[in-house]
Design a protein around this ligand. Sequence first.
Ligand code: SAM
Length: 751
Amino acid sequence: MDRLARVFSQQDEFIVLDGGFRDEYETFKSLDSLPAEKLQRFQQLTVKLLEDLEQPHDREKCAETSRNLREEGNNMFRGSHDSERVLKACRLYTGAVFEAEDAKDELALAFANRGMALQEYGFFREAYDDCANALECGYPERLRHKVIMRQAHCAWKLQKIESLEEHLSCLEQQQLNETFLLQLEDLKEKLQLLKNQPKGQETQKGDDSRVLEEITTDPGQRGRYMVAKETINQGKIIFSERASCFVPLEQRLICQQCAASLMSAPIPCCKCHQRVVYCSRKCRQAHSAIHKYECAAYQRDLLKLLGVSHLALRLVLAYMPQMMPQLQDSTSAQEIWDKIINLAKTSDTGETAPEFLQSLRMVSHLEQASQAELVYHILCANLLQFYLKEHTMFFDQFRSASASTQEWQLITSALILRSAGQLLSNGHVGDALLPVGLEPNEFALLQPDMWQKPRHLKIGQLHNLAHSELITAINLPYLSLCNHACAPSIRTKFDGCSVVNYAAKDILAGEEIFNCYTRDYRNSLKLQRSEPLKEVYKFQCNCDKCTRTDPDQDYLSFHRYRCEKTNCRQKFLPDVEIQRNNLSWWLPSNADNPIICTVCKERQEFPWYNEFLDLIESFADSSQRHALFKAFDDLDKWLVDHHSLKRNLAEELITVCFVEIDEGTLLDEVEYENLARIIRKQLDGTAAQCGDTSMEYITQMTYLWDLIALKKCQSSKKEHLQLKGKLEYLASEHREVFLNYYNDFIEQQCK
Ligand SMILES: C[S@@+](CC[C@H](N)C(=O)[O-])C[C@H]1O[C@@H](n2cnc3c(N)ncnc32)[C@H](O)[C@@H]1O
């Protein structure tokens, strides 16, 4: 980052924005028209930066590290084949696959061995892919029949008749020993059985594809927005959208094509130093049209430095081929740019318009950005365009176009800048559930302590998925048409690179459908929301919640106290102004912001707070636990209704309890019931403040599921079904895991 900041601060002085920002094209045109010597100095800095980012690569070292990990995997696999050891071997082999990088011989062996372990564990689709990976990387000729046999076996398990036929016919042409001949005969019989099997009925999809919403335009600042065409009941799906452009946040190792976060056999790009992975060969193939232009940037670890401009680059890489038919006859950069702007002005805004057109039409407030912010985005766009020119074949696609390559370079810089500006006020971030405390280079499905078989957790392990993280920055131009209100009308479920939007309440015909760009009115003060809305989205919120006489009443209802002074003991709501708009005094950053009783004006000392934390610390000591549960109940004396601190303290208590349980501490019956009671109370508080379909609710719910699965608390069938109903709001990869857990351990208790 330092290096980038240094170069950008040197390049800064070359950017002259006399007369302000006109548009993206004019900005780069004026940069291009700098005196030749200046322009050369400016671009030399870019060249030097890209050179400096190059990283040394020692293939020998990679091969050695990979070999060692593979051997460790072999030792693990050679022992007993209990499922935990097999999964440990898969994890070690995954390390070998990653570390091999482009040391192809080692890579082939690592893939082959991982395929063997995955097959043993029951991940047949992934094992099949790994066999293909091993063969592709040049697995030794004399042993290839072993890998093909394994592939055939997986194809049989996956009921892929054509692939099975193909592999068997390939094996028939090989010289096989007796054991392999027997296996071949066996698989041939299995193939016949598969072929004779009656075909499964095609399931009819219900046709509920009525469009419930439409886009309207306000000529003023509010621009386009979404309204309900008919009454939409709470919980109904309003619309879904699949994004073709997203980037992993914080260099997270999720599938670059489908954003899957639960991977048992991640396939890395072997060239870009373990920074890019796919969940399958299919995804790797589908992403190759983008990755061929990004690989060299990942090799230099350039993209993590560029924030929103990386996503902007993806938009340009993905949409350029779709725009080309309309642009390729233009003879000058000016003409191309005018056509792009005209495309963006056409009126077709619906869900059915191609994604690139929907994206071209997204609003941008770049003209209102500060000079420093603007210059930063200009320099990022310039850097990326220069990178594409020097290190990729990106500009080859313009060879048959009428305008010159230089003109396409200008257009590319301008488009990256334009997309970045649009994404600043239209981009979204997607979340997913991940195991608590997972290292960035570890994979959830390969954690041996958690799983009993593929996608089936061990009993009592669901809470280890109780951690929601932001994993993608994602372009969803249709969802972006929703304007903001502090009480959103939708609940957005992120499912990989798709979203499903549910009605968060009943919406009447003709009513506007709002998203919420910030924390909502129950989770923030008006002032805390209005700053980012002004800063990032450039408007002042006039929604119902912000314009009522007491705009903070809902948030404050989660901050009601009873005064601790004996001569007062009145219920009070803190005064937002006196509290300097920050009521979370328990956070270390707010330590100098004590709460004052608005009735007696006395400062509150909250002695019970530290006492409670001390009791949590000594949770392992069974003699203290009773006092802790009692202290939790006593919080009701000072924290009124669903005070948000009560939720926080419940969370601390529940987390510590489960850490102890995971480490083997056994609670007695009463303690478990107490714990279940606290979790239920916590869920009630979460439902009140965040909603009972929120990620907060779902993550907290996992603790109760574990106690029910372990038969450690009383629960009713009604409660089980209520909890099961929340699965709807999970991404499909997680829903499968939760549903397996329900079926494995909870369903039977309903009978
Ligand atoms: C994600 S876009 C929403 C769609 C946008 N109205 C359009 O025409 O494309 C965000 C921008 O819409 C405008 N906007 C969104 N909500 C608004 C509101 N409640 N009041 C005024 N403007 C709003 C702001 O310009 C904001 O930067």
